[in-house]
Design a protein around this ligand. Structure first.
Ligand code: AMP
Length: 283
């Protein structure tokens, strides 16, 4: 596995691969890799000749009171894991390389970024879309692989690619979970052992909603209230939001109807750690 930290070298390497007729897949990450990330690398490997994973804790997608400084970082460990999953090139730029002091350009995607996560993290998608667009221009991929774990991000990136005519195929892969259902996340390492036990309530509440829907419940306020009851029965948990919305437009439903492609998503604070999760359902 080749490790590259300069943008010009990454672009030249991508150009060389393209000249040889090779297809490129990119897997953008913020590092502290886990099996969810590695699943993305494996899917990338199945779909392209050259897999580039990127490792960059992107400051512009963190709000001023968020965890940018304490976000877990372990590049040596990530190098081993990325290589073991079949990464060909690991792109690890510095902050100065990505955002020199005279940096001025940001990408704003309207409407779909002001709901759900966007309501609680108003500058998050501006930062995420900007860094992804930059990484696309730097790694020159044919394919980019993202996780369903960040459902709204995947929708935002699809919109970005469509609106700005990036010639890139987006693949979204299922959420990888721990055995007890907790979605894998670099942030899970923040949890104390009691919090780790209580954190399973996110997925349990999504499963509860699915069961209630399977049994005929169609009222979203009823579903949200049952989910909230379950989540707040855990002393460390507090709900930022629970949303039952169209999986394509993110517009919230009040009542579910047959055929609705539905995204049930939530953000919950377990102690001071903010976790997100979601499931997709067709009613
Ligand atoms: P992050 O490093 O958290 O920015 O995530 C990088 C990529 O990995 C994003 O496309 C995420 O959606 C994806 N990802 C994170 N956690 C998981 C998971 N548990 N299962 C599948 N993909 C994931």
């Amino acid at each position: 596995m080749k490790i590259i930290s300069a943008i010009t070298e990454m672009q030249r390497t991508a150009d060389e691969a393209r000249l040889l007729g090779k297809s490129i897949a990119v897997v953008p990450t913020m590092g502290y890799l886990h099996d969810g990330h590695l699943a993305l690398v494996r899917i990338a490997k199945q779909n392209a000749d050259v897999v580039i994973a990127t490792l960059f804790v992107n400051p512009t997608q963190f709000g001023p009171t968020e965890d940018f400084n304490k976000y877990p970082r372990d590049v040596e460990r990530d190098i081993k894991l990325a290589e073991s999953a079949g990464t060909d090139i690991l792109f690890v730029p510095s902050r100065e390389e990505m955002y020199p002091t005279d940096y001025l350009t940001y990408i704003v995607i309207e409407k779909i970024t002001s709901v759900l996560e966007g309501k609680f993290r108003p500058t998050h998608f501006r930062g995420a879309a900007t860094v992804v667009a930059k990484l696309f221009n730097i790694t020159k991929p044919h394919i980019a692989v993202f996780g369903q774990k960040d459902a709204q991000q995947a929708i935002v990136i699809r919109q970005l690619v469509k609106d700005l005519n990036f010639d890139i195929k987006i693949i979204v892969t299922p959420t990888m979970r721990e055995q007890d259902g907790l979605a894998m996340s670099s942030r899970n390492m923040y949890l104390s052992s009691t919090e780790r036990k209580e954190s399973t309530v996110l997925y349990q509440s999504l499963q509860l909603a699915k069961r209630l829907i399977d049994n005929g419940e169609r009222s979203c306020s009823k579903l949200i209230s049952e989910m909230t009851k379950l989540i707040t029965s855990k002393s460390s948990a507090s709900v930022d939001y629970i949303s039952i919305a169209s999986a394509s437009t993110l517009q919230e439903f009040s009542n579910l109807e047959t055929g609705d492609n539905t995204l049930i998503s939530l953000a919950v604070r377990i102690g001071s750690t903010r976790l997100i999760d979601n499931i997709l359902l067709t009613i």
